[in-house]
Design a protein around this ligand. Structure first.
Ligand SMILES: [Zn+2]
Length: 419
């Protein structure tokens, strides 16, 4: 059990308060809250408290590809640059790539991520060693023949030691890389094992037109026809979901689906810019935010992603009232944790103790007329001073114990991956 933590005199919702953390949870929040015996005390007088971010679409170990192969269209980027090098992946490379990603996430206030990659046990160990939460999707292609009851049970067993932080998901890559049979087969397993179904959907206009030509319907209609949306009801997470028509939005709402907007990746890869936030919200779809992998975004800073999302909505709609800051924060925090079934993403008694403390001496908070607006519209991830996940301090005053080792080993692993 971690030591209790007492945060004294911190700014929360524009008022000064105290926060007590015990047994991985918030146990008291308010001016009357007092430290319990043995508590680590954090002086919050120059800090503001916010829930941490849930980055809902990542390929964490792809941090090792950062800066490699830029300014290319999605299909050529994948076929000619990324997939050939991914043949070099092994446990060691994925472990250090994931640790590098987790380090970057901690430095910018993220304590949970929904991942889609390979070598799941190595990634699980990396996240657990760094102390953050993740839901790791087994990536599958073609008929998804590698997804079997046996392989799922073996992977569940392998990540069991980290189950306080790590969950398993299934991640059929996309409708253009997975057969209809594979989409259905993975949905049946998601249903049977109650695992999140995480898939790239409707990312480019080309994906939609190919689907219309090959299957006579749009991508989400294909999933509906295959029974995937029924089988994964309440456990479906569609990354990107950028090019949608009204009928697809209604399907997503009816099936209580989650979509993950990745504005920086969509813009950098030239995939599109009009995420239909208002219509998706109206239909009751759970809207979350992600960065995508570091070779297409090119960082894991959720404040960057949030700002891009907000400004795109306001600009495209020509309406500055769309997606106000408090709603943007919820998209980037609580909505994601809800999808992952984790009781975090908002600061209240009884919730799991995931919290970030932002340095209000950072230039973006001077003057501090509105702490939330300063966080989302003025600051960058480096305003985060302290991060606590599951009741444990992972970073304080921007210090992470393992930083030097992670940087050295990640540089070595990146050279091996790209050799
Ligand atoms: Zn992706």
């Amino acid at each position: 059990m971690p030591q209790p933590i007492f945060i004294r005199n911190v700014l929360l919702n524009e008022t000064r308060t105290n926060i007590l953390i015990e047994n991985h949870h918030f146990v008291a929040i308010g001016p009357e809250a007092a430290p319990s015996s043995g508590a680590t005390v954090i002086d919050g007088s120059r800090l503001a408290a916010f829930p941490t971010f849930a980055n809902m679409h990542t390929h964490a170990a792809m941090n090792l590809f950062r800066g490699y192969a830029n300014d290319l269209p999605l299909m050529s980027w994948l076929n000619d640059w990324i997939w050939p090098k991914e043949k070099n992946l092994n446990d060691d490379i994925v472990y250090w790539g994931t640790r590098l990603a987790c380090t970057e996430m901690i430095l910018s206030g993220t304590t949970a991520f929904s991942d889609m990659y390979f070598h799941i046990p190595a990634a699980a160990k990396a996240a657990a060693d760094m102390g953050i939460r993740c839901t790791l999707g087994i990536t599958a292609f073609g008929d998804c023949a590698e997804l079997t009851e046996e392989s799922i049970e073996r992977t569940l067993q392998a990540i069991q030691p980290y189950s306080h932080l790590v969950q398993l998901a299934l991640a059929p890559h996309a409708i253009y890389t997975v057969s209809n049979q594979g989409l259905r087969h993975s949905a049946e397993l998601s249903h049977k094992y109650n695992l999140l179904y995480h898939i790239h959907m409707s990312e480019t206009p080309g994906e939609v037109s190919d689907c219309l030509r090959n299957h006579g319907c749009r991508p989400y209609q294909l999933l509906e026809q295959l029974g995937v949306l029924d089988l994964t009801e309440g456990r479906f997470s569609g990354a990107h979901s950028l090019h949608l028509d009204d009928n697809e939005i209604a399907l997503l709402g009816r099936h209580r689906a989650t979509v993950v907007h990745n504005p920086c990746s969509n813009l950098k890869l030239g995939s599109g810019h009009f995420f239909r936030f208002a219509e998706l919200k109206e239909a009751g779809v759970n809207i979350t935010l992600g960065t995508d992998g570091c070779s297409s975004s090119n960082n894991l800073d959720m404040i960057d992603a949030a700002k891009f999302m907000s400004y795109l909505q306001k600009g495209v709609r020509q309406d500055p009232t769309v997606l106000p800051a408090h709603e943007l924060l919820q998209v980037a925090t609580r909505n994601g944790f809800n999808t992952l079934g984790i009781n975090a993403g908002s600061l209240h008694v009884g919730a799991l103790a995931d919290i970030m403390l932002v340095n209000t001496d950072n230039i973006a908070f001077v003057p501090n007329n509105d702490t939330l607006a300063n966080l989302l519209y003025a600051a960058h991830g480096d305003c985060v001073d302290t991060v606590i996940c599951h009741g444990r301090i992972l970073m304080q005053h921007r210090h992470i114990d393992t930083l030097d080792e992670t940087l050295t080993q990640s540089r070595r692993a990146a050279a091996q991956l790209l050799s």
